[in-house]
Design a protein around this ligand. Structure first.
Ligand SMILES: Nc1ncnc2c1ncn2[C@@H]1O[C@H](COP(=O)(O)OP(=O)(O)OP(=O)(O)O)[C@@H](O)[C@H]1O
Length: 712
């Protein structure tokens, strides 16, 4: 604990900086009032608001850190630059400034000239305490364990909104944050290694350090589902960035009615990149052929255009560049030109016989109309499929469309197809960004990735995920399968985060027993802190839901933020138990998390975290997905503190023969043996790595060696 005198000294600096900040904010407001007319005033007011936001909220801490170097004045680091208005002296530098880098990158092994790094703990702008890391030349080999400030931040209770980590970003995380803009950067790491937090801070860092490229074009952050988007939505505004667009993956593409369910096999077909070719061919096949002679009535006289001339123009435009709608406009212009050459002067913009001919040759189409008509017709599907789809696949794709387009309900897998159709018809989306961040990217289909890729104006992307958490119809085992569908304009880099900050060691070790089956080649994360052991509660089926709710209530009584992660099979019982006990709860499928008990499906739990997690019936979670062990690994790793597993029979990981009841000592974990499926997956993965990392002329030899080793 810092001494009162030291805290007083620091507080004086904080008070001075707070006063300077208020002065800067009111000066920004005054500038807006000085505008010459209303339009300029509105514009200036917008800039003033942005500037005031960027300076930070009144009453918030002006700084979170300080660095000391021998013979130099200390530097205070906060979310925003603050100058003394009288002397123009810098009181606090923004955390993204190059001068702040050493606060984050200094380690005992490489202190970068610093003698000390101080992290403040504040309530508003009042300093409660601070934690120091002292760098001494005598201890360069000291291992860099988690410092007190980090452990303190990790121990804080969670809520339904993610917090920034600006005060305690770790050296390896900062290195990823400041990676070059012109990259496709993949950030991979186990659960709770800070991928999401790092990516959001990277956005803020990029906006400050690359204003010319990004301030006008903007940044887009794409998450896996609405609850996640809402959960992370306060981080960037808290860092002073209000203009970053945050969407979930289903919000890309034309606005349509959603909610149609889709089978897994159909999801697999619809997500494949070859669907893009199917749509492009389907669009071409909508083009018509002219009659040998096209007779048009214009202003009471008939004009005949030779079909061969028109056909040649249509063929040229069909094979030409540009979106479909733009080429349609070009065709109209050419038709008008042909008419003018036959003496028709000034063809009006709307002329019925020209419009009719144009509609026959090059029909006006919306993305939903194209897709509905395609999926609704076996003949259209067959014609567009060529050799690329089997008859069985065509039969699977075919479905009866709604009679009225406005009544059509679309599935999640239709959305990227509509977006692709929109691209083919209308060209690149109106909203393109200087940088795009994609979270939980390991689960996205090629068609979803294409949809994201076309929103990056320059090919600059940050892609984050964890292959060991990859589930669903598009579960991945390699990042190559993801990046193959992203723009190739910039180099691709994979950055790994090794340290797990969320999950306590005792819970992580339990969850990691699933890894040999879930993701055999994944190295476990290195956990930085301890916590309570998982509680295993074996119950009768009739008591399962009631017990889960009772455990959740006990956590709420301790003021914990709780997630009950429950497979669909158990959900009605759990909802009934919550109702029977008159417990207020929130449902993640309504896009929002409450402050107490939240009922969450395993899929929705991705990316979220709670103080306490109650996992209901692991076996059903495993059974619910082809990569069910990964899904369970996700569910187990959502906790910052407590994990309780409520089950009938074994809690999984099944190979842990007998786990002690809640609070008891579990036996030492045993290494699970691999079943035939897991072994086949492992073999496939080894072969894939050999292919990726060895020159092709050595594959056979390396694989023969590997087979021999396995036989022996
Ligand atoms: N340097 C840090 N300082 C303080 N907290 C941190 C730090 N790094 C990560 N955390 C915390 O660890 C938790 C996990 O972070 P985050 O959700 O970004 O991890 P993730 O790798 O995206 O996890 P998952 O793959 O499970 O979604 C968050 O509560 C985050 O605030």
């Amino acid at each position: 604990m810092a001494s009162a005198a030291e805290i007083d000294d620091e507080q004086q600096h904080f008070d001075r900086a707070a006063e300077a900040r208020e002065h800067a904010k009111s000066a920004a407001g005054d500038a807006a009032n000085a505008a010459a007319h209303a339009a300029a005033a509105a514009q200036l007011a917008k800039y003033a608001n942005q500037h005031q936001d960027a300076l930070g909220a009144t009453g918030s801490a002006v700084a979170h850190g300080r660095i000391d170097e021998a013979g130099e004045d200390p530097l205070y680091i906060g979310k925003h630059l603050i100058r003394d208005h009288r002397r123009q002296e810098i009181l606090v530098i923004g955390w993204q400034a190059p001068a702040a880098q050493r606060y984050y990158r200094a380690t005992h092994a490489d202190p970068r000239g610093l003698t000390r790094k101080r992290t403040f703990h504040c309530t508003g702008n009042t300093i409660d305490d601070f934690t120091d890391v002292v760098f001494t030349a005598a201890a360069p080999d000291r291992p860099q364990g988690p410092d007190g400030a980090l452990l303190r931040a990790l121990a804080e209770g969670r809520t339904g909104s993610m917090r920034d980590i600006v005060a305690t970003i770790q050296a390896a995380q900062y290195e990823v944050i400041e990676a070059p803009l012109d990259t496709v950067l993949v950030i991979e790491g186990g659960p709770g290694t800070g991928k999401t937090a790092v990516a959001l801070h990277r956005v803020s860092w990029l906006l400050v350090n690359h204003p010319d490229q990004l301030r006008t074009s903007g940044v887009l952050v794409v998450g896996p589902h609405p609850t996640f988007t809402r959960y992370i939505s306060t981080v960037l505004p808290g860092l002073g960035e209000r203009d970053v667009v945050q969407r979930d993956i289903t919000q890309l593409g034309p606005p349509v009615s959603r909610g149609r369910p889709e089978s897994v096999p159909l999801s697999r077909i619809k997500g494949q990149a070859r669907m893009a070719g199917l749509l492009a061919r389907a669009l071409q096949q909508r083009l018509g052929r002219p009659e040998p002679a096209e007779r048009l009535q214009i202003d009471g006289r008939f004009v005949t255009l030779p079909g061969a001339d028109i056909g040649a123009v249509v063929a040229e435009l069909r094979d030409g560049p540009g979106p479909y709608a733009q080429r349609r406009t070009q065709l109209r212009a050419v038709l008008t030109g042909l008419l003018e050459r036959r003496g028709v002067t000034a063809v009006p913009a709307r002329q019925r016989s020209v419009d009719n001919l144009l509609e026959r040759l090059w029909p006006q189409l919306s993305p939903p109309a194209l897709l509905r008509d395609l999926l609704g017709s076996r003949d259209r599907l067959r014609a567009a499929a060529g050799d690329e789809f089997t008859a069985a696949e065509i039969a699977q794709l075919r479905r009866r469309g709604a009679d009225r387009l406005s009544e059509q309900i679309w599935s999640r897998d239709d959305l990227p197809l509509l977006d692709e159709a929109d691209f083919l018809i209308n060209g690149s989306p109106a909203e393109r960004y200087g940088h795009v961040v994609v979270d939980e990217a390991q689960d996205l289909s090629p068609m979803q990735l294409r949809s994201i890729a076309r929103r990056s104006a320059t090919g600059s992307l940050t892609v984050l995920g964890d292959l060991a958490q990859s589930t669903g119809p598009w579960a991945r085992d390699s990042w190559d399968d993801v990046t193959a569908h992203l723009p190739g304009t910039h180099p691709r880099t994979i950055a790994q985060l090794r340290y797990g900050y969320r999950v306590p060691r005792q819970v992580y070790e339990f969850a990691a027993l699933l890894l040999p089956i879930a993701a055999p080649l994944t190295a476990p994360t290195e956990v930085v802190r301890d916590g309570p052991r998982p509680g295993i509660h074996r119950v009768e089926a009739a008591d399962r839901a009631g017990r889960a709710v009772a455990i959740a209530q006990a956590h709420v009584a301790e003021r914990r933020f709780v997630g009950i992660i429950c497979p669909p099979t158990c959900r009605p019982d759990v909802e009934a138990a919550l109702a029977a006990n008159d417990v207020a709860w929130s449902s993640a499928d309504r896009g929002e998390l409450g402050n107490a008990i939240n009922l969450v499906s395993p899929q929705e739990s991705k990316g979220l975290e709670f103080d306490a997690v109650v996992v209901v019936e692991p076996e059903d979670i495993v059974a619910g997905d082809e990569h069910g062990h990964r899904m369970l690994y996700v569910a187990f790793t959502r906790t910052v503190g407590h994990l309780d597993v409520v089950c009938v029979g074994e809690p999984l990981p099944m190979h842990v023969a007998a786990l002690a009841p809640a609070g008891g000592e579990p036996p030492a974990p045993t290494v699970p043996s691999l079943g035939p499926d897991a072994l086949a997956r492992l073999a496939g993965e080894v072969a894939e790595r050999v292919r990726r990392q060895s020159p092709s002329d050595q594959w056979d030899e390396v694989l023969r060696e590997a087979a021999k080793l396995l036989r022996d």
